[in-house]
Design a protein around this ligand. Structure first.
Ligand code: C5P
Length: 299
């Protein structure tokens, strides 16, 4: 049996860090939005074993890849009489180490897909609990196309809104390691005024211009200080008619949001140097744009 689907990328429209917790993670508030850049996954049941096939260079094919960890976690959690297997074919478009949640979306897709293929009958809540063990961003991809996250970023609540807008993504050509960013964060310099509620309001009312003015990311100053080219990309995007521009998550991708789709298209034409680092996307409004219906029928 086979199941094929696409897994989307995400951007953080807001990210406020409040403090470092005793478990080493940082307590945060974030606003997450799926965008239409995607990876493709095909799952095929095997009598046993977990195999990963991925043609793209630089992507680990062993247990360090989150998709393998997702499949293994399901096997470890569900006491099955006969242990099933899976061959995972992964086709990557989303850059890695880019703050776009590519690996997290892949892992969420594998959890949902194997729930169907292996007939595990797990509820969405139980899958989300497993997702949080794989990484802070993974539960988002099981929650909604746009959501508010708190805790270490894994406690999600959906935000209902149907409006769509264009998002330009610029990957600067190098990855950034998330732990490095958190280790170098100076909590005294994070802005206590940053208010996620106001962003939530503008997002749910689809007020793209206001949303653009209020985008913020407490991780951005750390990254800009080390990589000044990130600031230069941001300025190019702001001069391209964008309503706002920001580093996504811990980077390295900078995104810009546009109220006027034509502005987004001309910015894409201007900034695209043909090296595969610039992506014209739009926000995802509905889960069914990505996940097949059968993956959304939980027990
Ligand atoms: O949860 P995830 O594995 O994606 O986190 C990667 C790293 O980012 C963690 O090991 C930690 O160093 C840092 N992190 C953090 N606080 C968070 C999320 C991530 O310190 N809320």
């Amino acid at each position: 049996m086979k199941l094929s689907f696409k897994t989307p990328a995400k951007i953080n429209l807001g990210l406020h860090i409040s403090h470092k917790r005793e478990d080493g993670y940082h307590e945060l508030e974030t606003l997450l939005q799926m965008v239409s850049l995607y990876d493709s996954i095909e799952l095929e049941t095997l009598p046993s074993g977990i195999e990963l096939i991925c043609e793209q260079p630089g992507i680990p094919r062993d247990h360090t890849n989150l998709v393998v960890q997702a499949a293994q976690l399901l096997l470890d959690t569900c006491a099955l009489k006969e242990t099933p297997g899976v061959r995972i074919r992964l086709d990557k478009n989303i850059p890695s180490g880019a703050g776009l949640g590519g690996g997290s979306g892949n892992a969420a897709g594998v959890l949902m897909g194997l729930n169907v293929l292996w007939d595990l009958k797990m509820s969405r809540e139980n899958l989300a609990r497993l997702a949080a063990q794989l990484g802070s961003d993974v539960p988002f991809f099981l929650t909604a196309p746009r959501a508010f996250g708190k805790g270490r970023g894994d406690e999600m609540s959906a935000i209902q809104t149907v409006g769509k807008f264009k998002v330009l993504l610029v990957y600067p050509g190098f990855p950034i390691a998330t732990p490095w960013v958190y280790q170098n964060l100076n909590l005294k310099l994070t802005n206590p005024q940053n208010n996620i509620s106001i962003l939530k309001k503008f997002l749910s009312e689809s007020q793209v211009a206001e949303l653009g003015k209020h985008l913020f990311n407490d991780l951005e100053p750390v990254v800009v200080q080390r990589y000044p080219e990130i600031q230069a990309i941001k300025e190019d995007l702001l001069h391209s008619g964008a309503e706002g521009s920001l580093l996504s998550g811990s980077g390295s991708t900078v995104f810009a949001i546009y109220d006027n789709p034509d502005c987004a298209k001309s910015a894409y034409t201007k900034l695209n140097k043909g090296n595969g680092g610039v992506f014209l996307t739009e926000t995802v409004a509905c889960f069914s744009e990505f996940w097949p219906d059968e993956m959304l029928n939980y027990s």
